[in-house]
Ligand binder design. Structure first.
Ligand SMILES: Nc1ncnc2c1ncn2[C@@H]1O[C@H](COP(=O)(O)OP(=O)(O)OP(=O)(O)O)[C@@H](O)[C@H]1O
Length: 259
């Protein structure tokens, strides 16, 4: 079996008396889109925060392609090739789409080697162009980010995570707030990206989850409730129960029926 892209061993995070992530042992294989779903408060975002070093675990270990990354600082984890998007969008609204990508890329090169900044301009330009294409934003390159639609801002966020060529991309509810048309465009783009990069996605929209994921892990109260392919998850009684009776998640039952 190939090395998991991400693996945790008894990972736990407690906030005072609250256990947000509860002895989680998960192995995410490479080359697939892995969705993490679960009711509100299940620990999904906390899991991303632990993987990216934004939070330190209370106990347990995290491995990225076999390397123990537990306790590394966020910038060190980012340099190893793990990037994420946040639920709260963080583009620079006054800058153009291309310049948002440019400064994100340049910030990284300058950080890596301040003396190479000028020499890297050409390479940056190329990478910005590639990322505009990958995210479907080429036609909007000159537009101020502050004037974009919500869906385009979300794609720009993905582009800003992609521009430094990570090998693992963590997407936190990428289609949240998008129109149905924007959502299907984003889903197609994320599928394209997954050909060259490993993707783990937290998503509430079950239409997206069942349409995009190769594998799904369901979290509840910080622990794994179920894991499997979309058909297995759709047919899992415990998962249905976890979602039933939650009006905001009614679409799970509906979408699962079509999976
Ligand atoms: N910094 C923090 N301090 C205290 N409690 C926190 C903190 N971050 C998260 N929690 C709590 O940990 C639990 C898990 O939260 P988390 O945001 O990881 O869930 P989630 O599955 O991402 O939820 P949602 O789907 O609503 O985003 C929740 O009860 C939350 O209130």
């Amino acid at each position: 079996m190939s090395e998991p892209v991400l693996r945790t061993e008894n990972l736990a995070k407690r906030f005072g008396g609250l256990t947000a992530v509860d002895n989680l042992s998960i192995a995410i294989p490479p080359g697939r889109i892995h969705a993490i779903i679960g009711p509100n408060g299940a620990g999904k975002t906390t899991f991303f925060n632990l993987v990216t070093g934004m939070l330190s675990p209370t106990s347990g270990r995290i491995f990225f392609r076999g390397h123990d990354i537990t306790g590394l600082r966020p910038h060190a984890i980012s340099r190893l090739g793990i990037k994420r998007t946040l639920q709260v969008k963080s583009v620079f609204p006054e800058l153009s789409v291309a310049d948002n990508l440019w400064v994100t890329r340049q910030a990284r090169s300058r950080f890596l080697n301040p003396f190479r900044a000028a020499a890297s301009d050409k390479e940056t330009r190329l990478r910005v162009e590639q990322t505009l294409e990958q995210t479907g934003l080429s036609a909007l390159a000159a537009r101020s980010a502050g004037t974009l639609s919500y869906g385009d801002v979300a794609m720009l966020e993905i582009g800003m995570a992609m521009i430094s060529e990570p090998s693992l991309l963590l997407l936190d509810e990428p289609t949240c707030g998008m129109s149905p048309a924007e959502t299907s465009r984003a889903v197609a783009k994320i599928r394209d990206l997954a050909r060259t990069i490993d993707i783990v996605i937290i998503e509430h929209d079950m239409d997206v989850v069942f349409g995009i994921a190769d594998d799904i892990t369901v979290l509840a109260q910080g622990a794994i409730l179920a894991s499997g392919n979309p058909a297995q998850i759709a047919g899992d009684e415990r998962v249905r129960e976890a979602y039933l009776g939650r009006p905001e998640d009614e679409d799970f039952v509906e979408e699962a029926a079509h999976a």
